[in-house]
Design a protein around this ligand. Structure first.
Ligand SMILES: Nc1ncnc2c1ncn2[C@@H]1O[C@H](COP(=O)(O)OP(=O)(O)OP(=O)(O)O)[C@@H](O)[C@H]1O
Ligand SMILES: [Mg+2]
Length: 274
């Protein structure tokens, strides 16, 4: 992770409000990214539009620059932000939510403003994870009226976000997002547990060239049904470690033991996209 010296990241509570990743850092993270077909299509279209900027200006059609992603943990939302930065060859600025949220909500609103000002001044992918924490629907927050101020600031920042940067936000809790905030996004993506094809593709990337017994991949693919990408990665790593310790080929048993040890939070019904 490198520092941006030209335009310093804003600070709060004594530390920087965001982590800064160069396009090169991002490239390392996304080596094995797998998209579900619909999301791949959305991202490709988004990138194509950015490549054709002039045409859109000519036709007076606004260029999209705000993406919201929702879906369960470990399905690639954060990874997509890295991918976008790498593709656009601009840095990723990953906001540290715990640093911008302050017990004085007035302070939170001011931090939100600062972070957007930074992104306006220097082209980047500005990424806000756990977005629901600051963009909660205002009706839900009667007990904390001040929260409305944070959401209003956010709305203003989104409306004024006309610059070379891209704003991306992710949440597990789509229903919790304020409607007005939701409406501000020109691009929306739903993430889910991998379908059969995507699971196979990802496992092939994970296990691919590792010395293995026949049928290992096939076994992994059927036994890891319902796992998120992140779960599959952890289980396969565990299995590889076992194979290395034993100096044997990676096998179905290694996958099975690792699955039992890891105990993934399986949810086959959760937003599986086909
Ligand atoms: N679509 C994917 N393709 C390849 N790897 C993935 C994918 N999704 C998740 N992974 C793996 O799981 C890890 C965690 O993924 P990521 O941080 O993107 O999940 P997330 O959807 O942002 O989850 P959370 O809601 O918990 O923030 C990644 O670093 C990567 O190793
Ligand atoms: Mg994430």
């Amino acid at each position: 992770m490198s520092k941006n010296n030209n335009n310093r990241l804003p600070r709060a509570k004594g530390s920087e409000m965001a982590a800064f990743y160069t396009p090169k850092d991002c490239a390392r993270k996304v080596k094995r990214i797998v998209f579900q077909p619909e999301n791949r299509r959305i991202i490709e279209e988004f990138l194509t539009i950015l490549e054709m900027k002039e045409k859109f200006v000519e036709h007076d059609v606004p260029i999209p620059n705000k993406i919201v992603m929702f879906g369960p943990p470990g399905t690639g939302k954060t990874l997509t932000a890295f991918y976008m930065a790498q593709q656009l060859d601009i840095p990723l600025v990953l906001v540290r939510l715990d640093t911008i949220i302050h017990s004085h909500l007035g302070e939170t609103a001011s931090n939100v403003r600062k972070i957007f000002e930074y992104a306006k001044a220097s082209p980047c992918v500005l990424f806000l994870d756990e977005f629901d924490a600051i963009a909660r629907t205002r009706d839900n927050n009667d007990e904390v009226k001040e929260m409305a101020r944070v959401v209003n600031t956010l709305l203003q920042c989104l409306d004024e976000f006309e610059c070379g940067s891209i704003f991306m936000a992710a949440t597990n809790l789509q229903e919790e997002l304020d409607h007005a905030v939701w409406r501000r996004f020109d691009t929306k993506m739903t993430y889910g547990m991998p379908d059969d094809v995507t699971r196979n593709e990802y496992l092939r990337l994970l296990i691919g060239d590792f010395n293995q017994e026949q049928q290992t991949l096939q076994f992994a693919s059927s036994s890891l049904k319902g796992c998120s990408f992140a779960d599959m990665e952890q289980i396969v790593l565990k299995a590889k470690r076992k194979a290395i310790i034993e100096s044997t080929l990676l096998s179905a048993e290694h996958i099975q033991y690792s699955l039992e040890e890891y105990k993934p939070h399986l949810n086959t019904e959760e937003l599986q996209i086909n």
